[in-house]
Design a binder for this molecule. Structure first.
Ligand SMILES: [Cu+2]
Length: 189
């Protein structure tokens, strides 16, 4: 009966070691943004506000605005209010496509980052230098500045660290090997 106990213990240990160390569901995520993702604005926005699932830590909240040439657009530092972060745009934005990139921290300390784009298409303003985008068709652009769900959210870390999983596997294999050895020894007279 002892061999069975050893085998059961090995199985239990293996299951324990292979179980994920932390749930990946506790991560922060972008809920909505103004301007919204893929919005086409007829008036250039003077600020960008991102709303998240969890409260933001002002020390670890980054919001970067860049133009079609990937040049950083001057903004103020992110102002954090609960789950929302806002940057004000220093100078009026020319027509063109802009990228909003963010990096925030989850409640469990894991970073989350992502980005999305919006377009400024003010009929009264000249088009920006190299922001060449075939958008002539839908000239009747509507100002969609309202907040709407944003889907493009990146996640830096899903699941337990690789080292932890590898270590757990090695330990599990060692336990299984020891159990096998014990079983064999008992069978051989
Ligand atoms: Cu996490």
């Amino acid at each position: 009966m002892r061999t069975r106990a050893v085998a059961a213990l090995a199985a239990a240990l293996t299951a324990l070691l292979l179980a994920p160390a932390t749930p990946a569901a506790a991560h922060n995520a972008l809920q909505s943004a103004t301007p919204a993702q893929d919005a086409r604005l007829t008036t250039a926005p003077t600020s960008v506000t991102l709303r998240f699932l969890q409260r933001l830590n002002p020390e670890f909240t980054t919001i970067v605005l860049s133009d079609a040439d990937r040049r950083k657009v001057a903004t103020g530092a992110p102002a954090v209010d609960g789950t929302a972060g806002t940057v004000t745009v220093d100078r009026p934005l020319a027509n063109g496509t802009y990228t909003v990139a963010y990096r925030v921290v989850s409640a469990d300390g894991h970073p989350v980052q992502g980005s999305y784009r919006f377009t400024v298409a003010d009929p009264a303003a000249p088009t920006a230098s190299t922001a060449a985008e075939p958008t002539a068709a839908g000239a009747s652009a509507d100002a969609d500045g309202a907040a709407s769900p944003v889907s493009a959210a990146g996640d830096l870390d899903d699941g337990p660290p690789v080292a932890l999983v590898a270590g757990g596997l090695v330990a599990a294999l060692a336990v299984a090997g020891a159990a096998l050895l014990l079983l064999r020894r008992r069978r051989v007279p």
